[in-house]
Design a protein around this ligand. Structure first.
Ligand code: KIV
Length: 259
């Protein structure tokens, strides 16, 4: 699948589903269960590699996992994270890193940051690389923010809206919003023409994403916004299908999974 087909689904009012995915077997299963976007997230630093943050993940790691996911799901829409340190120096550095992820099989790259990333987003988009921007809680900035809900006061909320509009204007095709108040995510989703993907951002985003290991009940201390779908279904396929059905019907996330 390519970006225009994905955006058409969202434009037709269908809620899009996203799950993180790091290997070929899960890529096949998630695709068979109807997941719209496979995110090769740098959360693999925690879920797969056992680190306590995403910071140690290298570009080589991301390329390895992106290629594995692509082999498992040849026609899936695959988004890959640009890891910490691989894109912040300059648009040129970002292009070189993003090109390697695209060559490994990604359809789109994701990067964290607001206004400071505008030139980089434009540089990538003008050269044929679709970009998903990531605002709110940005795990690559954990040393500044910790893992806390972001944009809770009106100044920070206004800054997030300004950043979101700037990223859209510069060519980002999707905007991921992590761990922000549901009302703010709803406002951003209403303001923007591009789809928003929420995680811990309420039900009014155009799409949802979860970390696969949280959904499967494998995470030791999952975030409050996550839901263990395995607990109520008992097997992997049913858990993923339950997540897909709940998102498509606007039943997940509920208020207990929002801020
Ligand atoms: O890396 C990742 O898994 C992510 C999610 C938190 C959305 O970016």
């Amino acid at each position: 699948m390519y970006l225009p087909q994905l955006l058409k689904k969202a434009a037709d009012g269908e809620k899009l589903t996203t799950l993180t995915c790091y290997d070929a077997s899960f890529a096949r299963i998630l695709t068979e269960c109807g997941v719209d976007i496979l995110l090769v997230g740098d959360s693999l630093g925690m879920t797969v590699q056992g680190h306590d943050s995403t910071l140690p993940v290298s570009l080589a790691d991301m390329i390895y996992h992106t290629a594995a996911v692509r082999r498992g799901a040849p026609s899936a829409f695959v988004m890959a994270d640009l890891p910490f340190g691989s894109y912040q120096v300059s648009p040129q550095q970002a292009y070189e890193s993003a090109a390697r992820l695209m060559s490994a099989g990604a359809n789109m790259v994701k990067l964290e940051g607001g206004a400071v990333m505008v030139d980089t987003v434009a540089f990538l988009v003008q050269r044929g690389i679709p970009v998903c921007a990531h605002l709110g809680l940005m795990p690559q900035s954990v040393n500044q923010t910790g893992y806390r809900t972001q944009a809770k006061d009106s100044k920070a909320a206004q800054q997030l809206i300004t950043d979101a509009c700037a990223l859209e204007a510069t060519g980002a095709s999707l905007l991921l919003l992590e761990s922000i108040p549901a009302l703010l995510a709803a406002e951003v989703s209403k303001c923007l023409r591009i789809p928003t993907i929420g995680i811990g951002a309420g039900v009014d985003c155009d799409a949802q994403v979860l970390v696969l290991h949280d959904l499967l009940g494998l995470t030791e201390k999952p975030p409050r916004f996550a839901k263990d779908f395995m607990a109520e279904t008992g097997n992997i396929r049913s858990a993923v299908q339950a997540y897909v059905a709940a998102v498509k019907a606007g039943r997940f996330p509920g208020p207990e999974h929002s801020f």
